[in-house]
Design a protein around this ligand. Structure first.
Ligand SMILES: Nc1ncnc2c1ncn2[C@@H]1O[C@H](COP(=O)(O)OP(=O)(O)OP(=O)(O)O)[C@@H](O)[C@H]1O
Ligand SMILES: [Mg+2]
Length: 246
């Protein structure tokens, strides 16, 4: 009998390694069970710190290991995800707004009806660039929608991932920045950013190289992490394309 395994399909992903072990020459992968709960990721760090690289690794792992998942990508900057051009759920530049509204409608439908759905993932690259490009009245409306998404989609098989250089509280209405379950800070975050996201650890956090930083889960469990640079970029792009076009 010939068995073909396309992926492990159990929702377990390994997005990065523990930096402390790495410094001692050992590789210890951090493991997350993405079928357990809706995760809310906030990826922060200065320009060039590796946020988008981490996001692509994370999303392509979800594409591989989360059966039948559908991924929405909002790429306001329209540079790093251009290989997704033509895929159904890829929204670049100004069309990011259409992508957000499409995703939001699915979320509201799920909210109104109790059923089991395929996993749905929203990734917004450089959230502030997109949000601040909108007229201020629309910004307010979208921030409220975002707050509702962050607060209520956890049990609806929805993961949300947002990247931004400076996650200012003003960008997340009604204190919804607190709804992120997983905070990642890469490279050399300013004291201001550390104070915003990981105030309990401000005396421990130090400057790191690109692709290295810290993660907290529900504001505790500080872990220093390293994002291994993707080895097979073509495979990563292909996996992501499939889940964005599914
Ligand atoms: N984990 C990593 N290991 C090694 N190099 C990396 C890693 N992540 C990113 N880089 C390098 O750093 C550069 C910047 O990465 P990336 O575009 O992901 O950063 P960013 O934080 O999204 O930047 P921006 O805010 O400008 O969008 C990439 O071109 C890549 O070569
Ligand atoms: Mg980026």
């Amino acid at each position: 009998m010939i068995m073909i395994t396309m992926n492990n399909g159990n929702g377990i992903i390994r997005p990065f390694v523990d930096e402390t072990f790495w410094q001692y020459g050992a590789t210890s992968w951090i493991e997350w069970d993405m079928m357990k709960d809706g995760y809310r990721f906030l990826l922060s760090g200065p320009s060039g710190s590796g946020k988008t690289t981490l996001a692509q690794g994370l999303l392509s792992r979800l594409a591989r290991h989360l059966p039948r998942c559908q991924i929405y990508i909002l790429d306001y900057k329209n540079i790093d995800f251009s290989y997704l051009e033509g895929a159904k759920r890829y929204f670049k530049h100004d069309s990011s707004t259409d992508g957000f509204l499409e995703f939001y409608d699915i979320f509201e439908t799920r909210l109104s009806c109790n059923a089991t759905y395929p996993w749905l993932i929203l990734y917004i690259d450089e959230y502030p660039s997109w949000l601040l490009s909108l007229p201020s009245k629309v910004q307010k409306e979208f921030m409220l929608k975002m707050a509702r998404l962050l607060n209520l989609s956890r049990a609806k098989q929805i993961h949300i991932c947002v990247s931004c250089q400076k996650p200012l509280a003003d960008l997340f209405s009604s204190g919804s920045r607190e709804s992120f379950s997983h905070n990642v800070l890469l490279q050399a975050p300013s004291k201001e950013t550390v104070g915003m996201l990981m105030p309990n650890f401000k005396d421990i956090i130090e400057t790191c190289p690109t692709g290295v930083g810290y993660v907290t889960v529900n504001d505790s469990d500080l872990t220093k992490i390293r994002v291994p640079f993707p080895k097979n970029i073509d495979a990563m792009h292909r996996d992501l394309w499939n889940a964005v076009n599914r």
